[in-house]
Write a new protein. Structure first.
Ligand code: FAD
Length: 408
């Protein structure tokens, strides 16, 4: 309840797909909505790999939450994340990966020792789900097309891209047919696939991998990227501890059919941090759970009991492999190769948040797909100034003098 006028208050933690769709469902509802997010933007995570590999700028895959919700009367708040093998979940992660990938070619160019040069030209990705496959394809395309004629000492196309996964095939959830097509396309691109391989150790030299027969192999790779999924944010554990809710191995909170925490009908958990019947952590689940939560609240505001359990409608999945090649699975329909890419294009144009971002992305794709141009290659080599995290207090003058500028 809001103390001043007895209006009810809904607090939404996180302005991702779930939070945004819940806020949209509550537009014009007679309730005060407070949206808390550690970032100021809503991020379209499915295109982070294009930001990391220079096709799209961060501004084209993110939209200010304030601008998106300007017609709602809503408010805000904050948090953070990674080292040897950065994951990819935030814009910061994508920019770190952009710096690591483009930076690796620069360092390889100036390396005089052939082994060292090859180490910098070796990229290892852990996880052959959509993110791993998309990044692997993009790094090979970058090396064989965009950067092909830009260096004097190295041949960028010599770059090795190693893709590791504990499963039997890349993109296994897409089914055997699409998975096999994806694997063949990756082969053609020159991505070295190591299936049935589990990463056991990652350090500054590369990574060690255990094969099915138990043998361990070390691969020298200056760039190791983690694309095998990330744990739920700390806020999920805080909520579970406060409410006694159960969490699965990934930290996701187990909820009932109405998305509420057992014993706490006033708290609903949606999207990636929710575990309901092991639904996957995908955008559609987040959007549909967000909408359901908003709808349930609207009914309850009218004094009705909302008995309808949440039901998920699987609208399919898509993964981009390379220019003109993608795999898409929608119900019984499956598309691969060029038809898959066309469907992928329309899905992403349709779902990218904000009209300006859609228009900007289409323009960037036009140049990237027709002329191999990647205009978003800028990366910084140092953090500017002394503040590493905008939410932390700046250091005192004494510690600033001792520490100086922070390299990242
Ligand atoms: C690289 C990548 C590629 C993907 N590709 C696809 C794809 O092709 N298709 C697909 O369907 N799905 C894809 N996904 C999954 C999809 O993006 C997620 O399922 C979806 O974003 C989940 O939405 P959400 O709202 O639950 O969480 P998120 O979108 O992660 O939003 C969570 C929000 O909470 C905020 N937050 C976190 N912690 C705190 C805190 N302590 N306090 C305040 N705010 C906080 C974050 O800043 C963020 O804005 C991909 C994900 C990634 C990372």
């Amino acid at each position: 309840m809001n103390d001043q006028d007895n209006r009810r208050r809904v607090v939404i933690i996180g302005g991702g797909f779930a939070g945004l769709f819940a806020a949209r469902a509550l537009r014009r509802a007679p309730v005060d909505v407070t949206l808390l997010d550690r970032a100021e933007h809503h991020l379209f995570q499915p295109l982070l790999y294009q930001c990391a590999t220079g096709i799209l700028s961060e501004g084209k895959i993110a939209a200010s939450l304030r601008a998106l919700l300007r017609k709602h009367r809503t408010y805000f708040g904050h948090d953070e994340f990674a080292i040897y093998a950065p994951g990819m979940k935030t814009i910061e992660d994508a920019l770190v990966i952009r710096r690591r990938v483009f930076g690796a070619f620069e360092i390889a160019e100036s390396a005089t020792d052939p082994a060292e040069r090859q180490r910098w030209l070796t990229f290892a990705l852990v996880g052959a789900g959509p993110t791993g496959v998309e990044l692997a394809g993009q790094i090979r395309e970058l090396a064989t097309k965009t950067l092909r004629e830009e260096y004097r000492h190295i041949k960028p196309e010599d770059a090795r891209v190693l893709l590791f996964d504990g499963g039997a095939a890349p993109l296994a959830p897409f089914g055997p047919k699409l998975s096999a097509k994806a694997s063949a396309t990756l082969d053609k691109l020159g991505v070295e696939q190591h299936m049935h391989s589990i990463a056991t150790q990652i350090d500054g030299t590369g990574l060690s991998v255990r094969a099915q027969d138990g043998t361990e192999t070390h691969y020298d790779a200056a760039t190791v990227l983690w694309t095998a999924g990330v744990a739920a944010p700390a806020v999920a554990t805080a909520i579970a501890q406060a409410t006694g809710a159960k969490q699965d191995r990934a930290g996701r909170i187990e909820v009932g059919p109405d998305l509420s925490i057992p014993g706490h009908p006033e708290i609903m958990v949606t999207g990636d941090v929710m575990n309901l019947n092991k639904l996957p952590g995908v955008a559609e689940v987040a959007m549909q759970t967000g909408l359901y939560a908003g709808r349930r609240i609207r009914h309850e505001l009218r004094g009705e009991v909302y008995k309808k359990p949440f039901r998920y409608y699987d609208l399919g999945s898509a993964a981009y492999l390379s220019r003109g090649r993608a795999v898409v699975s929608v119900g019984k329909l499956q598309f691969a190769g060029f038809p898959g890419w066309v469907v992928w294009l329309f899905i992403h144009i349709g779902f990218l948040t904000g009209y300006r971002n859609r228009f900007g992305a289409v323009l960037s794709w036009w140049f990237a797909f027709t002329r191999d141009l990647r205009r978003e290659r800028t990366y910084t080599t140092k953090q500017v100034g002394i503040v590493g995290n905008v939410y932390e207090e700046p250091p005192t003058s004494a510690s600033a003098a001792a520490g100086g500028e922070q390299a990242t």
